[in-house]
Design a protein around this ligand. Structure first.
Ligand code: FAD
Length: 183
């Protein structure tokens, strides 16, 4: 038997999801082909796309045929990613996945051979002065055959793993950009 456990530092699945607005449903179709019947919150299909270059003298529109495919959103959906992840959490729970909201993974645990053994959650109920309150609860260790880290961009455990296992050696440096999006 395989047990699957998800730690989520937010108060519930979806509580810390930053954004995501236009979604390509391809991956969801592969994962849960009958997502429509199951009530996935993808309700608004994209009907029109406009791509503008903004300058001091005004806005110049780019014709759609001239745009690369990843800028074309027909058959994509305008969604709330927080609502979608909440719904995905319910689907996972229905399959027997154990979800622990409000429990951040605080530390990576290693086996003697250096491989990842699991994670430890942080202690709960620490006061502002750093001392345990009456709600103090010691963190727990979760050991697993496989531990998947999906903390989002620049997660702090991910960065530690990246340094320890030199995951970015030989890879292009990360690049950052600033964009503006109107919803
Ligand atoms: C402003 C903005 C607009 C965007 N617009 C779009 C868009 O229109 N279309 C699109 O496709 N994408 C969009 N994106 C990108 C998209 O939101 C991300 O690519 C996607 O959310 C990344 O998913 P993820 O699962 O890797 O990480 P996240 O969605 O960040 O999820 C990480 C989860 O891990 C939890 N977590 C983190 N650390 C820990 C820990 N130590 N212990 C326990 N839990 C932890 C967090 O609480 C969170 O729930 C946008 C992003 C931003 C910021």
């Amino acid at each position: 038997e395989i047990g699957v456990c998800v730690l989520e530092k937010g108060s519930e699945i979806g509580a810390h999801i930053v954004s995501g607005a236009v979604m390509d449903p391809r991956a969801l179709c592969e994962l849960i082909p009958d997502w429509k019947d199951k009530g996935a919150p993808l309700n608004v299909e994209v009907t029109e796309d406009r791509f503008l270059f903004l300058s001091q003298t005004g806005a110049k529109s780019v014709p759609n045929w001239a745009l690369p495919d990843n800028f074309k959103n027909h058959s994509n959906y305008v969604i709330s990613l927080a609502n979608l992840t909440r719904w995905l959490g319910q689907q996972a729970e229905a399959l027997g996945v154990e979800i622990f909201p409000g429990f951040p993974a605080a530390e990576v645990l290693y086996n003697e051979d250096g491989s990842v053994k699991g994670v430890a959650t942080g202690n709960l109920g620490i006061g502002k002065d750093g001392e345990p309150t009456e709600n103090f609860q010691l963190g727990m260790e979760l050991h697993a055959k496989y531990t998947l880290f999906c903390e989002g961009a620049r997660g702090h455990l991910g960065r530690q793993l990246s340094d320890k296992f030199k995951l970015r050696d030989g890879a292009d440096p990360q690049v950052y950009g600033i964009g503006i999006k109107e919803l």
